[in-house]
Design a protein. Sequence first.
Length: 323
Amino acid sequence: MIRSVVRGFGAALPKRVMTNREMESKVDTSDEWIVQRTGIRQRHIAGEGETTASLGERAARAALERAGMTADDLDLIIVATSTPDNTFPATAVNIQNRLGMRHGAAFDLQAVCSGFVYAVATADAYIRGGLARRALVIGAETFSRILDWSDRTTCVLFGDGAGAIILEGQRGEGTTADRGVLTAQLRSDGMHGDKLYVDGGPSTTGTVGHLRMEGREVFKHAVGMITDVIEAAFEATGTSADDVDWLVPHQANRRIIDGSAKKLGIPSEKVVVTVDLHGNTSAASIPLALDTAASDGRIKKGDLVMLEAMGGGFTWGSVLIRW
Ligand code: ACO
């Protein structure tokens, strides 16, 4: 049996940091309100010349270096993003070109904040199906470019960044003790499309548009959807909350993260939280959090790591990895 094993990880953040205090000068808000409601203290904002592709390239290079690989060793690139450099070509082929890779396949995947979970699940299916051997999976976003900077209910929540992992197909024994992706549980329900969306697009307005969100409505569904896909992952693998070494959630809101962990019975010491430093970076948030916790030595080889996300669509999902 072939398993997709994590070989490398990397991340990239824009240089510019915007604190809540600075946000106070842009809209009618306060550091206290933002911290209390979301846990966010600062976010990184892309500057001139920094784009989704350039951040993705930096994260990819860091992951390749850690894996001791070059782009020649890859045969698949998937970029999860809702903020591509262009409508087309895909940001993935842009990054492929930046890496000097002239073979294999590269494409974008769009599942908003669940994009990285969807992309890992897709890369894993390609690897297990024999369509790829080594996949670079990137989550990269520049949400600052689709925010309405006069809307205090959304502009304080998001940030920019990128993270990447490299998955390699390796033969395993077929038990959950093996390393690699153990299961992926993906869900969507388009009925909720109007609760979190961008009010523009090439086929409707011919504009890029701005992010719109009914925050309270998203919040209402989040914990239930997240715990549902995590429980499905436990059931599929015969594992339980007690077996999880690290929960690495999508970083949207501290209250959603804490509420989900509490409902599942996962203690807060096992939850990786970066929302305070990065804000919500959509598809980039999980690989950024993975890079943080794997770089500082918390996530170690052999650890059982649960990824989860929920976002626009709605889309939601979980991936369980033996690191
Ligand atoms: N500063 C100060 N006050 C504000 C701000 C702000 N930045 N934003 C809203 N308020 C005010 C509102 O106007 C409202 O005032 P009112 O009572 O006078 O009308 C009050 O604060 C409360 O507003 P709510 O929206 O009820 O606040 P809530 O506690 O729900 O928190 C939040 C808002 C943080 C957006 C929360 O609903 C949330 O986190 N929702 C989930 C968002 C999320 O997780 N998205 C994930 C997916 S993202 C993706 O897929 C791209």
